[in-house]
Design a protein around this ligand. Structure first.
Ligand code: THU
Length: 144
């Protein structure tokens, strides 16, 4: 398990809920915020962005990971995803794989809603036996 520094949970919750308030979700009306903690202690937030051509929509986690990269962040230690409740939000399958690109099995995935934190998993629990960048690095048929 990753250890969060004192105050990090509060920073993540505040950033995720603020991002959620910016969600563009006119079709589902399901506003989502995500805040990623990088390995330098930076917090990067994003919201879901829907589209009239429904499959072109993207999730809050994708926006937050893009923000991390744009700020120079390289690796994710934790992500706090916030939804409307009452059901505990959990990252979709595609977002689990996107998180896997920038985090290890011990990346913390924290679920929240406007009333606070509801649940914590590790990415390894949500995406066991995952396919990741090492599969490509370790490919013996890769031209050198
Ligand atoms: N959504 C996210 O932003 N993240 C998730 O992990 C789950 C789903 C968004 C996508 C869509 O805009 C809305 O929630 C309803 O599916």
């Amino acid at each position: 398990m990753q250890e969060l520094a004192p105050g990090d949970l509060e920073r993540l919750l505040t950033a995720s809920l603020a991002a959620r308030s910016k969600a563009y979700a006119p079709y589902s009306h399901y506003a989502v915020g995500a805040a990623v903690l990088d390995d330098q202690g930076g917090v990067h937030a994003g919201c879901n962005v829907e589209n009239a051509a429904y499959p072109q929509s993207w999730c809050a986690e994708a926006t937050a990971l893009g923000a991390m990269l744009m700020a120079g962040g390289k690796r994710a230690k934790a992500v706090l995803v916030s939804g409307p409740g009452p059901d505990i939000i959990t990252p979709c399958g595609g977002c689990r794989q996107k998180l896997r690109e920038f985090g290890d099995d011990d990346l913390l995935v924290i679920a929240a809603d406007p009333s606070g934190v509801k649940h914590t998993w590790t990415l390894g629990q949500l995406l066991p036996a995952s396919f990741g960048p090492d599969h490509l690095t370790n490919n013996p048929t890769k031209p050198s």
